[in-house]
Ligand binder design. Structure first.
Ligand SMILES: Cc1ncc(COP(=O)(O)O)c(C=O)c1O
Length: 408
């Protein structure tokens, strides 16, 4: 072990030197509910009684503490126990798992759905079985790490990458693959998590249809819309709803907008039946707990309720208020209809100074630098939640105004 530990320490020191070491994880010790017109706050280990505003949570709808979800989880835990006790095909399938899969298929207007213990596992679990040795995979250059690693686990005839959102390049890569593959798989994030922009979903399935006949198995489109589901589009159906088009397979998470935990894929019944027999992360790994499944079902149902619609409307209103306020302060942002609001600093030092300034004002944000984002595209990622209030956004904007006034 001695030599190995030394090698690992050297690698960690290299990371530190390059500035790519992640910050120490902050430990939340308590959640504080909304008060005085402000939204929820968290207390952090070693930060005393100072409440922090979370502008870096994926829980866009603010549902993690929703009483209906808590009681659904509690009831399921009492009925089925706190753990599934096995993988799905042994003894790990309970009623809440089945109900959730049915609810997800209904929500996304698909014949079938299956859940995984995370969206990361769903991506790994779906890509490898869908990629035969005669498949050419075509992928957006900014796709999430789960897609990159999912492709590493598979053995396609070729992998081709198109520049971010560049549909002309995607079309050229499909056209060049005619005669080289029996199947084409086009894979993309729906919402891109570092930018809040989205795949041109109105165009990808149309392109796939145009070239479908040129390949024996046709063209399969897969969209991982983990940051879109529950959050984006008129009723939270994600990038598909926003764009008015469907991919063949849609992957989503239950751990962001829906406020719980776990991942899923939804699509044709035959593919879902095939994946239950072939996806290793599904077959050989426990599912989410019955409590998580029951809470997630309730969360998906909430999306279609008056309350769900109100939360979405509030989320949009607050996101636009933040965007506008930052633009008025002349910050460079990436504007979108999604609650991810990135402030592009373009420089690691400014990024660090800004995030430290925000932290000293009790605001948590995510500073992103190379290699998480391309070189020179450093950004502070802000994420709005429906649980925030206009006073939270105005407080954040006041702090950003102060930072701007201090900067040269
Ligand atoms: C596009 C995308 N896919 C998958 C994931 C992973 O989600 P989960 O936490 O459910 O594994 C993320 C989360 O960052 C993501 O942004």
């Amino acid at each position: 072990m001695k030599k190995l530990l030394q090698t690992l320490e050297t690698e960690l020191a290299d990371h530190r030197k390059r500035g790519t070491l992640k910050d120490q994880e902050r430990v939340i010790v308590k959640n504080i509910g909304p008060r005085h017109g402000f939204g929820p706050r968290v207390l952090l280990k070693d930060q005393g009684k100072t409440p922090f505003l979370c502008m870096n949570s994926n829980s866009y709808l603010g549902l993690a503490h929703h009483p209906d979800l808590l009681s659904a989880a509690e009831q399921a835990a009492h009925t089925y126990g706190v753990g599934p006790g096995g993988v799905r095909f042994i003894s790990g399938t309970t009623n809440p798992h089945i109900e959730l899969e049915e609810e997800l298929a209904r929500f996304h207007s698909r014949p079938a759905a299956m859940i995984f213990n995370s969206a990361y596992a769903a991506v790994l679990g779906v890509l490898a079985p869908m990629i035969s040795p005669e498949t050419v995979v075509i992928s957006d250059e900014l796709n999430h790490n789960s897609i990159i690693n999912g492709l590493r686990l598979s053995k396609p005839a070729a992998k081709k990458i198109y520049r971010h959102l560049n549909m002309a390049e995607l079309e050229a890569l499909i056209a060049m693959s005619v005669g080289q593959a029996s199947r084409i798989l086009v894979v993309s994030d729906g919402i891109f998590s570092m930018r809040g922009d989205h795949a041109p979903l109105a165009e990808i399935p149309a392109l796939a249809l145009r070239y479908d006949d040129a390949f024996d198995d046709g063209i399969l489109t897969i969209i991982d819309d983990s940051h879109g589901v529950g959050v984006f589009g008129a009723t939270g159906r994600g990038t598909e709803e926003y764009s008015g088009a469907q991919a063949d397979l849609l992957i989503g998470t239950l751990g962001k907008g829906f406020g719980v935990n776990g991942g899923y894929v939804t699509g044709a019944e035959t593919i879902i039946r095939y994946l239950r027999q072939t996806a290793p992360c599904y077959i050989y790994s426990n599912p989410i707990t019955p409590a998580e499944a029951a809470a997630a079902t309730r969360s998906v149902q909430l999306a279609d309720s008056a309350e769900g619609k109100e939360r979405l409307a509030n989320l949009r209103f607050l996101s636009k208020r933040l965007e506008q306020g930052l633009m008025d302060l002349e910050y460079q942002i990436i504007s979108s209809d999604h609650p991810i609001v990135p402030i592009v600093t373009g420089d690691t030092k400014t990024n660090r100074e800004m995030s430290e300034f925000l932290f000293s004002n009790h605001i948590l944000v995510t500073p992103l630098s190379y290699p998480v984002v391309p070189l020179g595209e450093d950004e502070i990622r802000l994420q709005v939640s429906a649980a925030h209030t206009p006073r939270d956004i105005d407080f954040l904007l006041a702090v950003m105004a102060e930072f701007a006034s201090k900067s040269p």
